[in-house]
Write a protein that binds this ligand. Structure first.
Ligand SMILES: Cc1cc2nc3c(=O)[nH]c(=O)nc-3n(C[C@H](O)[C@H](O)[C@H](O)COP(=O)(O)OP(=O)(O)OC[C@H]3O[C@@H](n4cnc5c(N)ncnc54)[C@H](O)[C@@H]3O)c2cc1C
Length: 500
């Protein structure tokens, strides 16, 4: 029997036909980022019939451009926002312990005292260590999953981050937070979990018009437009939410990351945190990735325009390098940057101040014809956001649904965490990829020399993860595309496999 969680061309064609032929759904979710995919999982697992559409691919929008941190909310505590800090810590716990332990690991983070933070700030930072522990304990996350923060000596700090500046540094803070192995893969796991629970998932289907009872959709693959009959609609289109419901008010903020070869930084195994001078709780950070690259983030600037794919500007690169170099033994230059990426945070309007100060809260907004829009929030708290949105929906008369199940509902692939490449990305499905490679050795070949991605992963993405184009494979099912030269080298094989 076909795996009910598998998304592929044949499944898309069958689901599209059913919806275009007039099969009605209780709920149509517009937008398949982390928020919309989360809503689809929540609603489908409560027994509602659900459609999930995206104008592009799964995770095409902001959800693939995050820092990939599943964070405990310490930064919000520093601003006195206890509620959002606690909510973040609880959701981090849900992901790490129940729903996606295979995708989330405890990331060690080093903050050298004397360079990354000045010595006179130390009492504040020591208080932050206690607060981080309090949040972990309040959420019930065991120390085995998220080790205790502590002070370490300079040699220990350097063993985590070999290229850190040691002059003037005697000690460092060592803290831990959650890191998702790949934010786009979290979205793919959510979409497949929704499919497993019965949802119909259609990528490359843009919502063009919403009216009571139906949404007009343009299919970019088949080229036709059709109507989906939907009793209810939830708009989860992130920074594009006001294109579906003009009464939604957002204040998007652009965030830029730079990408480096890990070897240039001594192949670090921990993040390196550097306080932004003149701020209280703002840092730039180097974050080691599983594929051997290191990303450096991040900027936070209000933006009036939204492009489909945002770009880093020279001023963003200069700010990040200048701030981060304060904590490095040997300064990085723009020539060391092998890739950049940028995305927009869908922040709620209505607050004042710089975007770094704007709330990361979420809201469920009711607009025309009773359409709900789920806006704001962040990757870490997607599950709670989805629960709130579906709770608002099912409180309406005439819709019968069970209680929310997503606190304990394992996502596709959920199993114990693993530090091994396939285990950390595919979880319980990793053995099936290994079997494929054993039976077809050509699939064990690397897609690009120097990166761990194998051809088997591309084939798997086409057969089970809904990849339809070469860009889906290079930019969302894998992250080969972070570095333009790697993307170019991998493009022919991705085109061949996506077309097959
Ligand atoms: C630089 C940066 C770093 C971040 N780092 C973190 C972090 O480390 N941890 C954390 O918790 N959060 C982080 N966040 C926040 C987090 O990434 C976002 O809050 C979250 O990804 C938003 O997801 P979303 O599903 O609401 O929007 P999106 O991911 O943007 O999804 C919206 C989707 O709607 C689709 N769409 C748009 N219009 C239509 C239409 N007409 N029809 C159909 N589909 C449509 C788009 O194609 C898109 O796929 C970060 C954000 C940024 C920008």
């Amino acid at each position: 029997m076909a795996d009910p969680s598998s998304l592929n061309r044949a499944r898309r064609a069958a689901d599209l036909r059913a919806l275009a032929d007039g099969e009605a759904v209780d709920l149509l979710v517009i937008g398949a980022g982390v928020s919309g995919a989360g809503v689809a999982v929540d609603a489908a697992s409560r027994g509602l019939s659900v459609g999930l559409i995206d104008a592009q691919d799964l995770a095409f929008g902001t959800s693939r451009w995050s820092s990939k941190l599943v964070h405990g909310g310490l930064r919000y505590l520093a601003k006195g926002d206890v509620g959002i800090a606690h909510e973040s810590a609880v959701e981090r716990d849900v992901l790490m312990q129940s729903t996606a332990p295979h995708l989330i690991r405890a990331l060690p983070m080093v903050t050298p005292i004397g360079t990354s933070v000045p010595r006179h700030l130390t009492p504040l930072n020591v208080a932050a260590l206690g607060a981080a522990e309090a949040l972990r304990m309040a959420a019930g996350t065991p120390r085995a999953r998220l080790p205790r923060p502590r002070l370490i000596g300079v040699d220990a700090a350097r063993s985590y981050f070999p290229r850190m500046q040691t002059k003037g540094v005697r000690r460092a803070f060592l803290t831990f937070d959650g890191q998702v192995s790949d934010d786009a893969r979290l979205v793919v796991a959510l979409a497949r979990t929704a499919a497993r629970e019965g949802a119909k998932v259609l990528t490359y289907c843009r919502a063009e018009a919403v009216r009571p009872g139906a949404v007009t959709v343009a299919d970019a693959i088949g080229g036709a437009s059709f109507e989906i009959r939907a009793r209810h609609v939830i708009n989860a289109t992130g920074v594009w939410a006001d294109t579906i419901d003009p009464t939604v008010a957002l204040k998007p903020s652009k965030g830029v990351h730079l990408v480096f070869d890990g070897e240039r930084l001594g192949s670090p195994t921990a993040a390196l945190m550097v306080a932004v001078p003149g701020t209280i709780s703002r840092y730039v950070f180097f974050l080691p990735q599983l594929d051997g690259r290191v990303i450096l983030g991040l900027t936070d600037d209000l933006s009036d325009t939204i492009e489909d794919e945002a770009k880093a500007e020279p001023a963003d690169v200069a700010f990040l390098l200048e701030t981060a170099n304060r904590a490095l033994g040997e300064a990085l230059t723009p020539d060391d940057v092998v890739g950049t990426y940028a995305g927009y945070r869908p922040l709620l309007a209505g607050s004042s101040g710089t975007s770094a100060d704007l709330s990361r809260r979420h809201a469920v907004h009711e607009g025309a014809h009773g359409m709900l829009s789920l806006v704001g929030g962040k990757l870490t708290t997607y599950r709670r956001m989805a629960e709130d949105a579906v709770d608002a929906l099912v409180s309406r008369p005439g819709l019968s649904a069970g209680p929310c199940r997503t606190r304990t509902l394992p996502l596709v692939g959920a199993t114990e965490p693993s530090s091994e490449w396939l285990g950390a990305r595919y979880g319980s499905e990793a053995p099936r990829l290994r079997e494929r490679m054993a039976s077809e050795p050509a699939l064990a070949e690397r897609v690009v020399p120097g990166l761990p991605y194998t051809r088997a992963e591309l084939v798997w993405a086409v057969e089970h993860e809904g990849a339809l184009t070469a860009a889906d494979l290079l930019d969302r099912r894998t992250r080969i595309g972070f570095v333009p030269s790697d993307r170019e080298a991998a493009r022919p094989i991705a085109e061949q496999l996506a077309g097959a």
